[in-house]
Design a protein around this ligand. Sequence first.
Ligand SMILES: Nc1ncnc2c1ncn2[C@@H]1O[C@H](COP(=O)(O)OP(=O)(O)O)[C@@H](O)[C@H]1O
Ligand SMILES: [Mg+2]
Length: 308
Amino acid sequence: MFAIESFNVAKLYKGSNKKALDDISLKIESGKISTLLGRNGAGKTTFVRICSTQLLPTSGKVLIFGDDVVSSPEKIRKIVSIVPQEGRPLRALTPWDHIYNWLKIRGECNNSASKKTSDILNRLDLYIAKDVPVLNLSGGMKQKILVGMAMATETPLLFLDEPTIGLDPVSRRQVWSLIKDWKNKGRTIVLTTHYMDEAELLSDSIFIIDKGKVISKGTMTNLRNTLNYQIRVDINESFKYNNRNIKDLFFSFGKIIDISSNSIRLFTYESNLKEISELAMKSNLSFAVSPITLDDIFVNLLGEIPID
Ligand SMILES: Nc1ncnc2c1ncn2[C@@H]1O[C@H](COP(=O)(O)OP(=O)(O)O)[C@@H](O)[C@H]1O
Ligand SMILES: [Mg+2]
């Protein structure tokens, strides 16, 4: 069964003349990690809010495990949890209060709520701060409380809307580890992010969203194949060249995109590498070779480097 099926979903916010979502149809498998990837303003949060029954679609239909978000919101709310993008914990309460009380509100008994609260606080390295009021915690710790609240619920479906924003590298990894465990228990995750590394590392399937539309979708392998090239070479100009000169030198090897006023990115094949490196060295240009990443696929689809 699909966790989410959306059919031609559109959203026009009141007072706006531009659709935030424009005909989104997609299916999200249960038991997997699916990622909505896109730039700021692409429509990710709008879609997540509709799926989690916080916002009504203007048109179209969304089913969550077969139930309609418009006609059965109460039923859906019991099986869904969310880390909202703009959520903030309450200043006067502690991490323990937030998670424990949230579990109680959702119907857990005292023992189970206590155990789950301790477990999740430990996993997020928040246990030592469990009794500290939120107003004395760092931004990253506040964000982890929201992640903890949602993940302690153990609902079949979890939405994480940019969950690692503002987290340090260690905290990001703690959250990633929880996300992987969640999936290993057969539960479903829908993640939104604009971090390519996060999407690449965690996702079973990826939906690239831009201007309210799904512009590409698939596994990482499917998406890699849309680009048709195997490697990328970043080439920097020396004092002798400008971008146009560099492009003239390398255009026959593949597809070229500007990455700054003095460097270009060439998507190409491994078989060209020897010739490219010889030409770059002969021309006194520095270069770096790396495999194609999700970032490249994104750039290829949109024709430009995403700006965060
Ligand atoms: N409450 C709102 N009222 C009007 N427009 C909104 C509202 N929320 C979002 N938008 C607009 O909808 C579009 C999609 O926003 P959003 O779903 O937040 O994108 P993302 O999460 O991908 O950054 C943007 O153009 C944004 O300005
Ligand atoms: Mg958003």
